[in-house]
Design a protein around this ligand. Structure first.
Ligand code: SF4
Ligand code: SF4
Length: 102
């Protein structure tokens, strides 16, 4: 069964061009970060069990380094556990989706 965490309160959609880094092979999961909402506090970075999130080198419009989703962390692939989604105080994790079937 597909797992999706997605809030419904956003006025605008996430800027995927700033937050996504596509790698091969096809990842197990997909996390969308709204880079313009992120304040770079790193709560999601330190709580992700697989280290799939990191601060980007670039800046958003508020002058913060927004988090990027890397798919393959130091401790394995994203499992779509949703911890980053629930821990973010600014609702900057726009969506967590498991790409696996079954
Ligand atoms: S869903 Fe879980 S494993 Fe994936 S990036 Fe978020 S905290 Fe890490
Ligand atoms: S917890 Fe939210 S605001 Fe903080 S770095 Fe992660 S995505 Fe950005």
């Amino acid at each position: 069964m597909e797992t999706v965490f997605r809030p419904y309160i956003f006025g605008k959609g996430p800027d995927e061009s700033m937050s996504q880094q596509v790698v091969q092979p096809l990842p197990r999961s997909h996390v969308v970060v709204d880079a313009e909402r992120c304040k770079g506090c790193e709560l999601c970075v330190v709580t992700c069990p697989h280290k799939n999130l990191a601060l980007s080198a670039g800046l958003n419009r508020n002058g913060y380094h927004p988090v990027v989703f890397t798919y393959h962390g130091e401790k394995g692939d994203c499992t779509a556990c949703g911890i980053c989604y629930y821990v973010c105080p600014d609702f900057a994790i726009a969506e967590v989706r498991s790409l696996r079937k079954g």
